[in-house]
Ligand binder design. Structure first.
Ligand code: ASP
Ligand code: MG
Length: 804
């Protein structure tokens, strides 16, 4: 025999009830032996509880009661439910007159939900020709008299059930009320909320059933609640042990006591979906080989009670007194945390019991307040408990670090000594994000990185497309899901928490809106976006004002924009401090030499203690092109310059390249990487523009390019034989000091050296160190262009993703 249990949502009007009838009919027609346990239909139990409260306050409960009845009758007015309705009328009237009720009355009222449900379902099945029998579990399950949380009496209940099934055997399908029983006086009792599961597992135990099938409205047990974590996955198999932990930590599918009767008889439990019952659901068995899966479960509506006492150190009996208070007032404690110094103790209790707990503790410790042994007792509401089931402390640092990186600091955590389980108490407002962060981290299936991109011109636009093109492959290879949730330029912002799509250019035109940085920060907050990165691909001098606010709001930073690293050394330090304080990273590989792995290399050398003695190179692709060609060809300087301008190798105003400031900035960035404290003003820069051409508008300037020729012809002619011109940046001096010598200058070098052999528009860097002596590390290649720069930024994104 199999026991089928249907929950309230499964039995709700319309599709639910129809599906239940169909499932039962199918099984009977296939000759399966089954018994059915039902919950109250829809939200009946909650509704009855609510009506009861209103009636007790002398409120207008009658309208609510009528609505309740209408729902319960559903589409079956021919079914006679008047017995239950009449009793409800009387009971509620009584409560309303007296203005109060006992737990005993409450149990009588709540029991009607299951009675109505079983009666209706039986009638519908009989009408369809199924031999169904209404079975009132109050005749079967005998319990103690703890109304609201009654405990079944094993021997008696078992005998009743076995006998009952002997009488109603053969092809009869018993439709049994879940949740309810009766005491020796035949007063109605209930087994506690969600108790129908318990009823079903007891009956399965008494009858030695083959399997208990628990029909719910979800496909099974998930790695986390899919309503809260979109990436949650269904679990195929679970062991009883794990299910038990889950039940204890708030999985409402499983009543805390459900597992034990099944475990005793080794009866498998299958969690199925009424609305999708072809799905295999989750199978829970004693098979320990299937252990090791982790799940996240959540307790909401809990509060943290904290007792703080400086005089408690070493005092015996404090904990006993605390728990006696809890026990005496029937307050269940789900988590306890106490430091070894015994300075305080934190307890997590149901929010509805928190005030009571505080008041009673204050009474108990009244004298200790006077003696100053106890300082205060406080309650923090709006906390939630996340339990990572299957987690032990050996790998707990991973989810924990991920939380901290996302600025979620748990209020407390503890672990169970036996059984793998770590529980964290977090602010309720952070619950959703915390769950997603932990889930992404421990399931490793795909960790989501949420990216905001500022600037979508050449580099930014290329980057967005590169990300969209390779996102699927990166998710497959690295388990990292890159989600661009924001794109903005100086004017407009496009937001999409699920990630922008290939037509982002149109979308931002159409739907983009004006914004401030706060809008993006608030959006990320609102949708609990984790692992945030802000990428600055602008050339803006003002956007850097947003860096620190972004860091403080849990964003890592990446930029191809050089400004932040070349402002004052004071700002440079301030930004680094904000990064350290907030445990955030800032990567900017493309600031020098575009995608070439230069900054990363220098950082590593410097960090590893290698003494860098000099860095020298051609930092600008534009100026590389100019002098490589000018040196190699017998043409005037202005002609090469014109060619570069026409091909778009220079800035719109070529003087920005020729003045040398850009090379200076790059040199400064490298110097600061070595902890040198130089300022931009301290760089000696040889400006390549003849003095009288430095001012004035661009158009004008472009007509006067020939005026460069006499100067550069002379410089070229004055060289030694077999020498060529190169415009270089050079960092030298005693680099152990606070400041180095930073020079940007035009030099003449032998053509048979590495530097002299440079071609095209390559960038070129020589890093001299103590260990490498006079054979420097050389890094050379395309050091400019939007495609390689975007690739470099992409590289930074992946570096960051690996760090977290
Ligand atoms: N109807 C009861 C409740 O809602 C029992 C159950 O559904 O398991 O708590
Ligand atoms: Mg680089």
């Amino acid at each position: 025999m199999k026991i089928l249990k249907f929950g309230g949502k499964s039995l709700s009007n319309g599709e639910g009830l129809n599906k239940v009838v169909q499932i039962i009919t199918d099984k009977v027609q296939q000759g399966e032996k089954i018994a059915v346990v039902v919950s109250a239909r829809g939200n009946a139990t909650d509704e009855l509880e609510y009506i009861l409260k209103i009636a007790a306050k002398n409120g207008d409960y009658k309208r609510l009661l009528e609505n309740f009845k209408v729902y319960q009758v559903s589409d079956y007015p021919q079914v006679d439910l008047s017995e239950e309705f009449t009793i409800l009328d009387k009971l509620f009237e009584g409560v309303s007159l007296i203005g109060d009720y006992s737990n005993k009355i409450k149990d009588q009222i709540l029991s009607k939900g299951e009675l109505l449900s079983a009666k209706l379902l039986t009638a519908i099945l009989v009408e369809k020709g199924i031999p169904a029998n209404f079975a009132d579990s109050r005749e079967l399950l005998k319990t103690d008299s703890k109304f609201g949380d009654a405990q079944p009496l094993e021997q008696l209940s078992k005998k009743n059930v076995v006998n009952y099934f002997k009488e109603h055997n053969g092809s009869t399908v018993n439709i049994i009320t879940g949740f309810i029983g009766s005491n020796n006086n035949n007063d109605t009792t209930t087994l506690g909320r969600n108790g129908s599961n318990y009823t079903a597992s007891l009956i399965a135990n008494y009858l030695n059933a083959e399997e208990l099938q628990n029909f719910t409205h979800v496909d099974g047990i998930y790695t986390a609640n899919p309503d809260l974590v979109a990436d949650a996955k269904k679990i195929e198999y679970l062991s009883f042990n794990e299910a038990n932990e889950l039940a204890n930590f708030g999985a409402t599918i499983l009543h805390a006591k459900t597992i034990i009767p099944l475990l005793e008889k080794n009866i498998p439990l299958r969690i199925l979906n009424t609305f999708n019952h072809e799905n295999r659901g989750t199978l829970i068995t004693s098979d320990a080989a299937k252990e090791g899966i982790k799940t996240l479960s959540v307790l909401e509506n809990v509060s943290l009670v904290n007792l703080e006492g400086r005089g408690l150190l070493g005092k015996a009996g404090i904990d006993a007194r605390i728990f006696k208070v809890m026990g005496d007032h029937n307050i269940s404690v789900s988590i306890i945390s106490q430091g070894s110094s015994e300075r305080g103790i934190g307890l997590v209790v149901a929010t509805e019991k928190a005030t009571l707990a505080m008041v009673e503790l204050e009474k108990e410790f009244e004298n200790d307040f006077y003696s100053k042994d106890v300082n205060q007792i406080t309650v923090t509401d709006n906390v939630s408990v996340i339990s990572i089931i299957g987690q032990d402390l050996s790998t707990f640092h991973k989810p924990y670090t991920a939380l901290i990186k996302n600025k979620i600091v748990p209020i407390l955590f503890n672990n169970t000594v036996t059984g793998k389980n770590v529980s964290l108490v977090v602010k309720k407002s952070e619950l959703n994000k915390a769950l997603n962060v932990i889930h992404g981290e421990i399931f490793g299936v795909s960790k989501k990185i949420n990216i905001a991109i500022f600037g979508h011109g050449l580099v930014g636009g290329t980057l967005i497309n590169q990300i969209l093109e390779s996102a699927a492959a990166i998710e497959k290879r690295k388990g990292i899901k890159l989600n661009v949730f924001a794109i903005a330029n100086s004017k407009k912002l496009l937001l999409n928490k699920n990630g922008v799509t290939a037509d982002w250019k149109n979308s931002i035109q159409k739907d983009g809106a004006e914004y401030t940085i706060k809008d993006i920060i608030e959006y990320a907050d609102k949708y609990h976006l984790e692992n945030l990165i802000a990428i600055d691909n602008t050339a803006s001098a003002t956007f850097v004002e947003n860096y620190i606010p972004l860091v403080e709001s849990s964003f890592d930073l990446i930029s191809s924009n050089k400004v932040a690293n070349t402002l004052s050394y004071g700002f440079y330090k301030e930004l680094r401090k904000a990064l350290t304080d907030n445990q955030k990273n800032y990567l900017y590989e493309t600031n020098v030499g575009a995608g070439l792995p230069l900054i990363d290399t220098i950082k590593l050398l410097h960090l590893s203690g290698e003494n860098i003695t000099k860095i020298k190179g051609v930092f600008s692709g534009t100026l590389s092109y100019l002098f490589n060609n000018f040196s190699a060809k017998d043409v005037p300087f202005s002609e090469i310059l014109k060619e570069a301008i026409d091909n778009g190798y220079t800035e719109p105003d070529p003087r920005e390249d020729l003045c040398g400031n850009d090379v200076g900035r790059k040199l400064l960035i490298l110097a600061r990487e070595l902890d040198l404290q130089n300022e931009f003003e301290e760089i000696s820069i040889q400006n390549l523009i003849p003095e009288h051409l430095r001012e004035g508008n661009v158009a004008d300037f472009l007509t006067k390019l020939k005026e460069f020729d006499p100067i550069y012809d002379k410089i070229k002619a004055d060289q030694k034989p077999n020498h060529v011109l190169r415009y270089i940046g050079e960092l030298s001096g005693d680099l152990q000091n606070d400041k180095g010598n930073l020079e940007v200058k035009l030099v003449s070098v032998p053509s048979d050296t590495a530097l002299g052999g440079l071609k095209g528009s390559d960038s070129f860097f020589e890093i001299y160190t103590e260990s490498y002596g006079d054979r420097p590390i050389v890094i050379q290649g395309a050091g400019a262009g939007s495609a390689v720069t975007a690739r470099g930024v992409f590289g930074d994104i992946l570096r960051l993703s690996d760090k977290g």
